[in-house]
Design a protein around this ligand. Structure first.
Ligand code: ARG
Ligand code: ZN
Length: 499
């Protein structure tokens, strides 16, 4: 994986000055740190080509070994770039069912990490109609509900670069996750609201759907003229032919698949800037007046919020930012990379939360989904810091309110460093997560705490990190033994009493 980060050619040319290739060169010291972390995760089976007991080719695994989502992601390769060419027909007018029609061609540039006679992509609820590997038709089957199994011929050597082209399509509906929340390609009255966390990317493209395989993305989304498709990154082009408009977006920053979007609706696009970061907001023209006014006010704060969080976490890590405010709802907001997604309204605190995820969640992503508190605890605490900065409730008041919850409250039952897949977005993951960070700040002092925030992002930027990594860094920057602190706050149910 180290070589693929520095040897990327397929998408290097499309990236701007902040493309991974350029960035890796610019932060050589960090690249070494990242590579060290990543290499430690490579299973021993991928080690020595000369190993006599090891067959030259084998099947890539159907998962990445994440206990929460065993079939999310796959083994045997590392995706470099996804180029998604989509055509979408939204539902017919009511009372027809909320069903859309999606046709796609996904061109996936990957590098193998073992010799492969077979490998999987994740694809759910859509039908693949052809697969080519390096220009040659490949046999494929769809197994279970989530796995597209590809048999490349010739077989792929360890370390090969390969281009996989999948054509696919089908009817889109309104998928739900393990907790029953809408996610993935959520068909709406006038388009789709696309929010993949945690394992919903497979509902709209063939994917190695795990944060440990980040890649760059480009999108060409064709929709009936009049509708607007909003994806990640920068708007590269817009062309209308015969009543169809193709919206082309280029997202040259490494991105975990759960952060991709291609949200479609009756949007007004607005370009502005936050310092030197281009901002593209998309406001639904169908928003009720109150939601529009609130959201416009919130979006006007983006430059100030960005400056505030840069002061905590370091430079904004991506080529662009912006917000999508849809008139429909998935029931929550999501930190879709470079383009946060809001249901019906963007409140100030939620907007601060989603922007903060750019650093904590998006630049640094969870190593395993059990590590989700690292995303939500940091984002919730960031939201509190912003509120305090705006002369609202202080972080101390919020901490006191947290600790005033009765010890018998089921809130305290969630072990936030391992909440389980159904409780990944439980209130405790957010609020106890924020409380953990506040208690840590009191314990190690502001100097060490803010050094930790900054170093956390600097060290793991463009990669993933675990709770163990976090605990180790907190001990490193503070010089304190924090084992019992973290045992109490992260790994034990119940309201903390001493730490
Ligand atoms: N990460 C989102 C946030 O910023 C929440 C996602 C909730 N997802 C879900 N499937 N319930 O808080
Ligand atoms: Zn969040």
């Amino acid at each position: 994986m180290r070589t693929t980060r520095t040897r990327t050619t397929a998408h290097g040319a499309t990236g701007g000055p902040r493309a991974p290739l350029a960035r890796t060169g610019a932060v050589g010291g960090l690249a070494v740190c990242t590579a060290t972390v990543v290499l430690a995760l490579v299973p021993p089976a991928t080690a020595e080509p000369a190993d006599p007991g090891r067959p030259r080719y084998s099947a890539g695994s159907d998962g990445t070994g994440d206990p929460y989502f065993p079939l999310a992601g796959n083994g045997g390769y590392d995706v470099q770039h996804y180029d998604l060419d989509l055509t979408y027909i939204p539902p017919a007018a009511a009372p027809a069912p909320l069903e859309g029609r999606l046709e796609g061609t996904a061109t996936i540039e990957l590098v193998t990490t073992q010799g492969l006679d077979r490998f999987n992509l994740d694809l759910r609820g859509l039908t693949a109609t052809s697969v080519e590997v390096d220009g040659k038709p490949a046999r494929f089957t769809q197994e279970g509900t989530n796995e597209l199994v590809v048999t490349p011929r010739p077989k792929l050597e360890d370390g090969d670069e390969a281009e996989v082209v999948v054509t696919y399509g089908g009817t889109t509906r309104r998928p739900t996750d393990v907790s029953g929340a809408l996610y993935g390609w959520v068909t709406t009255r006038d388009g789709a609201m696309v929010a993949n966390e945690a394992d919903g990317a497979a509902t709209w493209f063939p994917v190695n759907d795990h944060p440990t395989d980040k890649a760059t993305f480009s999108f060409d989304v064709t929709v009936p003229e009049g509708l607007v498709a909003v994806a990640n990154g920068l708007l590269a082009d817009r062309t209308t032919v015969d009543g169809w408009t193709t919206w082309s977006w280029d997202a040259p920053d490494l991105m975990a698949p759960y952060l991709a979007t291609a949200t479609i609706g009756n949007f007004q696009l607005r370009a502005s800037a936050a310092g030197d970061v281009p901002v593209i907001d998309a406001l639904d023209r169908d928003l009720p007046a109150a939601g529009r006014t609130t959201s416009e006010g919130t979006l006007g704060l983006t430059p100030d919020m960005m400056t505030f969080f840069e002061g905590i976490y370091g430079p904004y890590p991506f080529v662009a930012y912006g917000s999508i405010v849809d008139d429909d709802t998935v029931g929550y907001a999501l930190e879709t990379q470079t383009r946060s997604l809001f249901s019906r309204v963007a409140s100030e605190s939620t907007a601060a939360h989603e922007l903060a995820h750019s650093w904590v969640g998006n630049a640094v992503s969870p190593e395993r989904w059990a590590d989700i508190w690292l995303n939500e605890g940091w984002a919730a605490y960031s939201e509190q810091l912003w509120t305090e900065h705006r002369n609202g409730a202080t972080t101390e008041q919020r901490f006191d309110a947290l600790m005033a919850r009765p010890a018998s409250d089921p809130f305290w039952d969630v072990v936030i460093a391992d909440p389980g897949p159904v409780d990944m977005f439980a209130e405790a993951v957010y609020d106890r997560g924020a409380g953990t960070l506040h208690a840590l700040r009191l314990k190690i002092g502001d100097g060490a705490f803010y050094e930790l925030a900054d170093e956390w992002v600097a060290r793991h930027d463009d990669g993933t990190a675990s709770t163990a990594d976090f605990e180790a860094l907190a001990e490193e920057v503070s010089g304190q033994d924090l084992e019992s602190f973290f045992t109490v706050w992260l790994h034990t149910a119940g309201r903390p009493t001493s730490w």
